[in-house]
Design a protein around this ligand. Sequence first.
Ligand code: Y12
Ligand code: CO
Length: 174
Amino acid sequence: MNLKILEYPNKILRQKSVKVEKFDTTLHEILDAMYPIMMNTNGIGLAGIQVGIAQEILILNIPDEDGEQPKENLLEIINPIISNKQGETTYQEGCLSVPEFYEDINRFASITVNYQDRNGNTQHLEADGLLSIALQHEHDHLNGILFIDKLTSSRRRKFEKEYKKLLKEKKAAK
Ligand code: Y12
Ligand code: CO
């Protein structure tokens, strides 16, 4: 399956994803194709819509205490529902769909997530720390929301200016 990461301002990133209903080989092929894309770009998380698949799919591989991301730590999260949002935390986020831009974003410190795995089995997760932040970031993608949408209007204007310049430079370098 030939998927590639879509980058802002691609309008597809604004689509709302639909619930997965079939837990079949096509779903498994999508998940299997997303994993190397995320790992080869030093990603921690990737949502289906970032590769043009508007379904409620996200994968996460949070680095361990040694900074490693072994495949056994991979989480495949389908049809997530977030509840029990508690506390507040701030983290400098980045996104594979908004390259070369990092900004402090406020999120809930801990959350509960009910979801399905690749076989459609119901799963439950209590998340805090980086896992909680990454889950909220990826869950936003399922609703067409990017972390840059959470910036103050003045910071957003600065971002748009810097990003436009970056796109121009990239185009000129081609
Ligand atoms: C904390 C906050 C946000 C997340 C969401 C997932 N974000 C990522 O996985 C971001 C990855 C990323 C990787 C980059 O490296 C390459 O593309 C090679 C990167 O670098 C550039 O854009 C040049 C930026 C972001 C998880 C946890
Ligand atoms: Co992202």
